[in-house]
Design a protein around this ligand. Structure first.
Ligand code: ZN
Length: 309
């Protein structure tokens, strides 16, 4: 039983309009869902992804308009990387420059070129140029031509004071395998073939604890394809004395949550039922979707949420 790489990443932001403009108008992702925080409906929950919100491409955001920036440190996902076709390298360098987005690189890491940039709230994003990147469902109305669109997540960086307890869980229980070390970066892979996600551990005993706010990754969700596997993963974690939640219905997927020993909040989420449970593929993200228990409050919720477009 293997995890199938990353299902989604959930991040915190400040201004929702600026956030949406960056991920859709600069990076060219599709907003595939516009909903609210199910526990606090006055805050948006926005989903960006490929054309169909395929797991492995999903980034979700809680934008709190007045939020201060988070502080980088130990116990967090400190960078998110996407696969991008190597042939699109010059396109992206030109595009970022044209859009006034500062970036570093390309630098070479594990034999691949990487460009590093920050989102408007200071979250570190990486474009990893891959000779044969995994395929996604390209979105034709995107401002980025199909051949240059971001593909699946290449992986994440974990910043930790001490890797040992985290590694015990990641490798022994979750099935991550060592890929190699380059400088301060210890790379592990989770998942098989094109679904594999890289986890780069950067360990620094002197790191202060991260403080989560705008520009921080809130949690990482690992992917399973069926509810049966999901239940089995919950049992496996419980058997390893990991404190894991009950199964939670997130409408578009089912979730369990646990904190890995380094402090990073992890989730395991299912492919089913998917992004089209409440709107057709062609309409994804076009209207505010509310869970049934908030429908009666729709008018008030719509009136307090900032206008996005
Ligand atoms: Zn999640």
């Amino acid at each position: 039983m293997l995890l199938s790489g990353i299902h989604h990443l959930t991040v915190l932001a400040s201004d929702p309009k600026r956030n949406a403009a960056f991920y859709t108008d600069v990076l060219g992702l599709r907003m595939v869902k516009r909903t609210v925080n199910f526990d606090a409906p006055d805050v948006y929950h926005l989903y960006y992804a490929d054309a169909q919100g395929t797991p492995g491409t999903l980034m979700t955001v809680f934008p709190f308009p007045q939020a201060a920036r988070g502080k980088r440190g130990s116990g967090e996902v400190s960078a998110i990387a996407w696969h991008v076709p190597a042939s699109s390298r010059d396109y992206w360098i030109r595009r970022l420059a044209e859009k006034g987005v500062g970036f570093d690189g390309p630098a070479t890491r594990f034999g691949q070129e990487v460009v590093t940039l920050l989102d408007p709230d200071g979250l570190k994003l990486e474009l990893v140029f891959s000779a044969d990147p995994p395929k996604v469902v390209t979105w034709n109305p995107s401002v980025v031509p199909a051949e240059h669109q971001l593909r699946t997540f290449h992986g994440v960086t974990f910043s930790l004071q001490n890797a040992d307890p985290s590694l015990a869980l990641l490798s022994t229980i979750m099935g991550a395998r060592s890929v190699g070390t380059e400088g301060v970066r210890h790379r592990y892979a989770l998942g098989e073939g094109t679904e594999a996600a890289m986890i780069d551990l950067i360990v620094d005993a002197n790191l202060p604890w991260a403080r989560q706010s705008a520009g921080s990754v809130h949690h990482i969700a690992w992917r399973v394809k069926t509810d049966e596997e999901h239940g089995a993963w919950r049992e496996r974690l419980l058997a390893a004395d990991v404190r894991v939640t009950e199964i939670v219905d997130r409408k578009y997927f089912h979730s369990i949550y646990f904190r890995e020993p380094g402090g990073i909040l992890c989730e395991i989420a299912t492919d089913p039922p998917g992004m089209n449970v409440d709107e057709d593929w062609s309409e994804l993200g076009s209207k505010l979707q509310l869970p049934p228990w908030y429908e009666s409050d729709r008018k008030r919720i719509e009136s307090v949420l900032p206008v996005l477009d």
